[in-house]
Design a protein around this ligand. Structure first.
Ligand SMILES: *Cc1c(COP(=O)(O)O)cnc(C)c1O
Length: 362
């Protein structure tokens, strides 16, 4: 099977992890943690940054550091991996689901204002599949209503909006280094921010809410959301190769674009942003065609993935189904993620596109 995504672990990764293990610094202190935090925040271009145990805890930490609590409302997109919605619920706040923009598959900035109430405290923008939301509009809304803006950048590591990396616009950027993401630390995550107060609070809450200068004195109910030095060693090595991974993702997108038949709707290309195509994706005409294409490709040894389900249809979140979500519903049932691993060859992409052509009998 040609997989949708697989990590590329090289000799450098093995060397750094080996070094970290031998150093004895196997928990969450050590040279690689410091290096990884410095290098990653520089890559994104923020003043502050800290590692976390995964992308979901990064989101929970950011919301907690901003004091999001019961009674608060947080606007989130209806088409997303579930983490940002759950992170809102972990703090007993209310997720307010917003439809997406068919131009970029991210939260539709034009539909946000109608959802804002006096309880609204924050917006979480999820940059889906390497794309970017309309950041100019989101920053405008953030300023106008004095809201926090959190960027879930787990799927758009390296994507640039008007020349600036995503994860550096809002009050916090949250990243994931799960095994299928653009770079991996096995499990792991990261928070970027330019706000020193939020950064200090995230540091405290990541480490049990414990005062750094007075150990075992707790001012807050914190968490253990730390990354280990072993994971950070993997991260330092992957980060050194990240630009080549991003280049490869963009190359894969251009190969798909060149070879796909004209009747499939291709992955959107931003006018204002330079995408990183975490998973190159297409839209079928309707749900039935999507299901048939997926099983056809499976029969040809090609693995694919369906888009996320709209949040508002699933049992734990039905109570948050408050408005209409026409774009998220339609795109969710038509979307297919194609193989996009950095190890994919041009020949494999050609083969996948030939199979799609033969499905449409072209
Ligand atoms: C992967 C992902 C996450 C969660 O990351 P984990 O590290 O698996 O917890 C959050 N948001 C989005 C959009 C993701 O794709």
């Amino acid at each position: 099977m040609i997989p949708v995504s697989e990590p590329d672990i090289g000799e450098k990764e093995i060397e750094y992890v080996d070094d970290a293990v031998r150093s004895g610094w196997v928990s969450s202190h050590g040279e690689y943690i410091n290096r990884f935090e410095d290098n990653f925040k520089s890559f994104i271009g923020t003043k502050f940054g800290l590692t976390t145990s995964n992308g979901t805890t990064a989101l929970h930490l950011a919301l907690s550091a901003m004091g999001i609590k019961e009674g608060d409302e947080v606007i989130v997109p209806d088409l997303t991996f579930i983490s940002p919605v759950n992170a809102v619920l972990y703090n007993h706040a209310t997720p307010v689901l917003c439809d997406i923009d068919p131009e970029n598959w991210c939260i539709d900035a034009e539909k946000i204002e109608k959802l804002i109430t006096e309880k609204t405290k924050a917006i979480i923008v999820v940059h889906l599949y390497g794309n970017s939301a309309n950041m100019d509009r989101l920053m405008e809304i953030k300023e106008k209503y004095n809201l926090y803006l959190i960027e879930d950048t787990a799927e758009s590591l390296g994507t640039e909006y008007k020349g600036k990396k995503l994860g550096s616009f809002g009050d916090a950027g949250c990243f994931s280094f799960y095994g299928n993401k653009t770079m991996t630390t096995g499990e792991g995550g990261f928070c970027t921010t330019n706000n020193e107060e939020i950064y200090r609070m995230m540091l405290l809450l990541r480490d049990h809410g414990m005062r750094p200068e007075n150990r075992y004195w707790h001012d807050y109910i914190g968490y253990n959301y730390r990354m280990t030095n072993l994971q950070a060693a993997l991260g330092v090595a992957q980060l050194e190769r990240l630009n080549s991974f991003i280049e490869k993702k963009r190359h894969i997108a251009s190969e798909y674009k060149k070879n796909l038949p004209g009747n499939v709707l291709p992955h959107p290309e931003g006018k204002l942003y330079k995408g990183t195509y975490w998973l190159y994706s297409i839209l079928a005409k309707d749900k039935d065609e999507r299901e048939r294409l997926i099983s056809f490709l499976f029969g040809k040894g090609i693995d694919t993935r369906k888009f996320f389900y709209p949040v508002h249809v699933m049992p734990p979140y039905k109570e948050f189904n408050k408005v209409n979500y026409p774009n998220s519903t339609s795109i969710s049932e038509r979307g297919i993620n194609l193989p996009s691993s950095v190890k994919l060859s041009d020949d494999e992409i050609g083969y996948i596109c030939d199979c799609i052509k033969s499905f449409y009998k072209l």
